[in-house]
Design a protein around this ligand. Structure first.
Ligand code: UD1
Length: 339
């Protein structure tokens, strides 16, 4: 069964390609290599014994998207990861984000709408909930006005898909990720941030390697367990497996609605200091850090209610925070030592 994975060489995309191939799906990766490396294909091959079919396409090129779906007219499902995801950059360059994240989505859906039947999975984010009033966050928690153009592209994307499923043969699942971290346990693939990492765990592992002097902890005056902000960190392999289960749900017509939404998290919140101490435990070394003022736009606490994903999707995370951080650390060491 042929599955298209857009952004399939990126962080979450590449881990999902591995899990799809492990379940014997035939994977076609689309990636424009804007924030990924062609070498990821080799990493996937070393893990699974199989190199996915690869097409270097920029999804903002409507003609290229059309030509792709004409060539691959036997696609059973599309998992759409390809998007820009740096919050700060999106504030500076909103149109780049609307073009990359919204225009591309429209072009893909236009092609899928032509088919008698199509299955579509969308990478969304818990950012759509903003700072929810009640924790943990269930799928019924109201979506709030986006705090950045990036967040807005995820909300608009969700709305576009919702509208299109009402009038087309497209069945869709929106997956709202909490904070994905870690890497495949083989350390053959992992997160490869370009430039200075904005996300916590890659910044920690780079600091652990001595590439960065010290981690800035953004605020210790939040109303949380130790004053630092709380997130739900989920191992990327657990997250990848959820995509395979969601896809199987669609292709086996087990979905109860044309559009379904699932939160993907562990259900447990961890503070920044707890993440640091987990890193120190798995690496056996102290992490240099300083407390600095809060980062603009950060929320206090976000973690998932996983009931719906557990019971309806039949998926549950398996890895602990420490296992996820250990895998990120193993990957970081491998990347640095191989260069
Ligand atoms: C951010 C985005 C989110 C997006 C995700 C994509 C915001 C508000 N949210 O999530 O919409 O989907 O990235 O990757 O930007 N921290 C530090 N020091 C650092 C880096 C982070 O203390 O150097 C703290 C943050 O304050 C936060 C936690 O670590 O509490 C996690 O931060 P990060 O990894 O950037 O993820 P989010 O901000 O949760």
């Amino acid at each position: 069964m042929k599955i298209v994975v857009t952004g399939g060489l990126g962080f979450i995309g590449s881990h999902t390609v591995v899990e799809l191939q492990n379940e014997n799906f035939e994977v076609v990766v689309i990636d424009n290599l804007s924030n990924s490396s062609i070498d990821v294909l080799d990493g996937i091959e070393r893990i699974t014994g199989k190199k996915p079919f690869f097409e270097q396409i920029d999804l903002r090129d409507k003609a290229a998207v059309q030509a792709f779906f004409e060539k691959h007219d036997d696609v059973a499902g599309v998992i759409h990861f390809a998007a820009s995801k740096a919050v700060g950059e999106s504030v500076k360059e909103p149109l780049l984000y609307y073009e990359n994240n919204v225009v591309s989505l429209v072009y893909i859906l236009q092609e899928l709408q032509k088919k008698p039947e199509a299955n579509f999975i969308f990478s969304s984010s818990c950012t759509v909930y903003g700072q929810a009033e009640v924790m943990p966050i269930a799928e019924t928690t109201p979506v709030q006005t986006a705090m950045s153009p990036y967040g807005n592209t995820k909300q608009i994307g969700e709305e576009i898909i919702t509208d299109v499923t009402k009038v087309s043969n497209i069945n869709a699942i929106l997956l709202r990720y909490f904070n994905p971290i870690g890497s495949h346990p083989s350390a053959e693939i992992g997160e490869l941030p370009m430039g200075v990492p904005q996300n916590l765990v890659p910044f920690i592992t780079q600091t652990g390697m001595g590439l960065r002097e010290s981690l800035s902890v953004y605020g210790n005056d939040y109303p949380t367990v130790d004053g630092t902000s709380v997130r739900d960190y989920i191992h990327v392999v657990d997250l990848a497996k959820a995509h395979v289960i969601a896809l199987q749900r669609l292709v086996n017509k087990k979905n109860s609605d044309k559009l379904e939404i699932f939160n993907l998290g562990t259900g447990t919140g961890s503070s920044v200091l707890e993440v640091i101490s987990a890193f120190e435990k798995v690496s056996g070394q102290k992490l240099p850090y300083t407390i600095v003022p809060r980062r603009e736009g950060d929320v206090t606490s976000v973690y998932a209610n996983t009931d719906k994903a557990n019971t309806v999707l039949g998926w549950k995370t398996q890895s602990t925070l420490e296992e996820a951080i250990a895998s990120a650390w193993k990957w970081e060491q491998k990347v640095r030592n191989s260069r």
